[in-house]
Design a protein around this ligand. Structure first.
Ligand code: LLP
Length: 468
């Protein structure tokens, strides 16, 4: 039996099979578990970006993040084009680089016309080094250091101010810069108090959140900001959470932000930019059914446009900052399968050569992933196994009850939709070197992150003389 699931993935007694490009025309990359270019080739192996996964693994080793360039570019374009299509004013999509920050990915986002959202000095440094333009970089964080603020100001980025402490620091920095300096750009992040159905740890918009100014203090905030001539407050920002499938919360957010914009005007603050954050969900398993990128963008544009029309206001520049929905589904992680253990009448464990250090999401959020065996794409699914990582921790389980064909040590297990918050949250737990990543397109594979070596692991270690 073969049925086409709404996610665009064919599910059968065989493994998850990628759908062909003609079938997936209407789907956004965030709606499919496998990357857009995934295919099964004539050797029955999984191919991504025209590269056979088993060959990639021979060349680059495992664990290996494999990133499909055309899938990532398609997602960037779908965001950008949807705004062009549905928003009459100016717009700017930012890539939330916390999802995966490295030079190559920032460079791709930049080349597609996206700006970059950075959440630390390190992400800012990476974005700048990649060639992204500072005028399209926005710095976030609820506890930016003075050094990070100065770095952002000197680089010409916009600072998304989160709280009073930071605002005070910025005023002091501005005063120290002297009369001749031009004011730097800030936006104010507000807590919208909008609840959405997602994991508690990745919800940020509710009132009980560590992020953003309390909207009950708007009068005080706008009064203070309106008096600061050395700071140019250009916009407002809010983010309600991540992996969200409903569209209503972002529409409510857009409406609320228009009320804030109107209020700011009464204090003489002209809000020229509104940033509605990120949060669009993706398909990790066939039970996930997120809207497409276009379906997410359109109603947000409509809400802002109709509010502006009603009040006869000019359209603000509209920004959003997706991370997961831009990159997650364009990447898979390939592992080599190793030892196994049968616990009679309970379960069979099969271990891979990575785990919670390259993908901490299952142990952190109980996230569920789907998998295929890259060198046995057409074998029937006869086994139910639990995929264990190799770390000294019982909870280091990547996938419970995975449906697999019969496998042997040395087979290549591929975990899908690992592009967001995998590498960026990776660790060296048990001193495992961090994995390599390759970018694949049209049969070409380029290394974008080198595999760490044992020497890398001790690079920052210091052995005091007296211990030698
Ligand atoms: N903007 C802000 C201010 C954010 O805090 C985030 C995500 C984004 C944009 C991008 O959200 P996205 O489009 O990716 O949903 N580590 C968690 C996710 C944490 C999200 C943090 N903020 C995970 O692995 O699910």
């Amino acid at each position: 039996m073969v049925s086409t699931h709404p996610t665009g993935v064919q599910h059968s007694s065989r493994q998850y099979l990628p759908i062909t490009s003609t079938q997936n025309n209407l789907l956004s990359p965030n709606q499919q578990i496998l990357p857009l270019t995934a295919k099964v080739n004539s050797s029955d192996c999984l191919e991504i970006g025209g590269c056979d996964v088993t060959t990639l693994v021979q060349q680059f080793g495992t664990p290996l993040y494999i990133l499909d360039e055309s899938g990532l570019r398609t997602a960037c374009r779908q965001y950008r084009d949807s705004f062009k299509r549905y928003y009459l004013g100016e717009s700017q999509v930012l890539y939330a680089s916390k999802a995966w920050s490295c030079l190559a990915i920032c460079a791709i986002a930049h080349s597609e016309g996206l700006g970059i959202d950075v959440a630390s000095g390190g992400e800012l440094y990476t974005a700048l080094q990649s060639g992204a333009s500072p005028s399209k970089i926005y710095l976030h964080s609820n506890n930016k250091s003075r050094e990070e603020l100065i770095f952002a100001i000197e680089s010409g980025c916009t600072i998304v101010v989160d709280n009073w402490h930071e605002l005070d620091m910025l005023v002091t920095i501005a005063q120290g810069r002297g009369q001749g300096s031009s004011p730097f750009r800030i936006m104010l992040r507000l807590t919208p108090g909008i609840e959405c159905h997602t994991h508690e740890y990745i919800r940020t918009g509710q009132i009980d959140s560590k992020f953003g100014f309390d909207p009950n203090q708007l009068d005080e905030l706008f009064t203070f900001v309106s008096k600061q001539s050395a700071i140019n407050c250009v916009g407002l920002h809010a983010h309600i959470g991540s992996q969200i499938f409903e569209r209503q919360p972002h529409q409510d957010l857009a409406a609320l932000m228009m009320q804030w914009l109107t209020k700011a005007a009464t204090y003489g603050i002209e809000i020229a930019e509104l940033n509605v954050g990120g949060g669009l969900g993706i398909t990790y398993t066939e039970s996930d059914d997120p809207p497409s990128i276009e379906e997410w963008v359109k109603p947000i544009c409509e809400v802002i446009q109709s509010a502006c029309a009603k009040q006869n206001l000019p359209l603000p520049k509209l920004l959003c900052e997706p991370g997961r929905s831009l990159i997650a589904n364009s990447c898979v992680t390939a592992y080599t399968m190793g030892s196994s253990k049968v616990v009679p009448d309970i379960r069979t464990y099969v271990a891979v050569d990575g785990g919670m250090s390259d993908n901490p999401r299952p142990i952190t959020y109980e996230s569920v992933y789907r998998t295929v065996v890259a060198n046995r794409m057409s074998d029937p699914l006869t086994e139910t196994v639990t995929i264990a990582g190799k770390h000294c921790e019982s909870g280091d389980i990547l996938i419970k009850n995975a449906q697999l064909p019969k496998t042997e040590p040395g087979d290549i297990l591929v975990v899908m939709a690992t592009g967001a918050y995998n590498y960026s949250m990776a660790s060296n737990y048990n001193r495992l070197p961090r994995s390599a990543a390759v970018l694949v397109t049209n049969g070409e594979a380029n290394l974008i992150l080198q595999r760490e070596t044992y020497q890398d692991l001790i690079r920052q270690d210091c052995l005091p003389e007296r211990l030698k």
